[in-house]
Write a protein that binds this ligand. Sequence first.
Ligand code: BGC
Ligand code: ZN
Length: 367
Amino acid sequence: MKAIAVHPGKPNSVHLEEIAEPTLDSIDDGMGVFVRVLKVGVDATDREINEAKYGNAPDGDEFLVLGHECFGVVEAVGNNVRRVKPGDYVTATVRRPGGSIYDRIGTYDMTSEEVYYERGINLRHGFLTKSFVDHEDYIVRVPGGLKHLHVLMEPMSCAAKAIQQAFEVQRRMKVWSPKRAFVMGAGQIGLLATLVLKLRGLEVYTMARSVAPTLNSEIVAGLEAKYVSLTETTIPKLAKKVGKADLIIDATGSSRVAFESMTVLGHNGVLVWTSITGGKHQVELPGDEINIDWVLGNKLLLGSVNANREHFESGIRDLALGDVMYPGVIGKILTDGVDGLDNYSEMMRLLVEEKTALKVYVNVAEE
Ligand code: BGC
Ligand code: ZN
């Protein structure tokens, strides 16, 4: 069967590869789930893999099948599968465990090993193909009522994890009820983080470069958050006007903004970095000022990557709640669908050139 793949390390190598069809018995103990792929989302990670900035092929292969944001339907299950049944809509987690204690208890997103395995990204093939088989531990059911949000499950899991982690570490404060959040970046992760924070009752300012009205600003407003254009104001000016933030989520893909955010975090606050920045940019900063401010304010910086089943499940719950709270708003993120695996060059072109494409995805098959 066909698969969209790259030769990691070779720039612009995206192509169609012919791979073997999967079989249910490739997973032991009757725990396999056979999934027919319906849609797969792509993002900046896929673009950077194709630019040879990121990603590795599985051992023994010279290609890596792309795609880590999948939405599909279960076609068959092994005898001992209990979580899903044929006909269920599903998505799949991205990481696969290594050998650390964290990997062994299902929190492979927190592996303590340097090497990590991610489907479609690092050392494991992805989902941009007709079907795949995986262990039921990595398959997450998506309610039929959310199928119009299809490929958002994986990006949502990353936003859900970042915010869950922030609340988790803030248990260091005996009481923490954050009031104001800044979300840096109004791409898919920024918008989904905006949603989660609104559902937690925070006042949310979501920042991006473009001047409103844009689709992004419309979605932010639809989520009852405030859109701030960094062309019209600066991050420090905003903080002066509305106050510093208790919680900041950076999802810009710009390490400069990630660091600059350190100057607008309030006392006892937490700044979460979520961007995968594959480049080599240098940043110059007022080091002494930040240092003293962070010490005197007991501030915390947290990196957050990937997500495990728990975050997929809580992300799906928030998508369900958000979709009834703000009807029609979340679906607007899904801007650019490409039909068929054969259209891989158009998929890459949209990722690279189309600045207004919020979410690019491939319609792999009809139901
Ligand atoms: C994916 C994550 C992954 C990260 C680092 C992101 O694009 O959504 O699941 O952990 O890249 O490879
Ligand atoms: Zn991603």
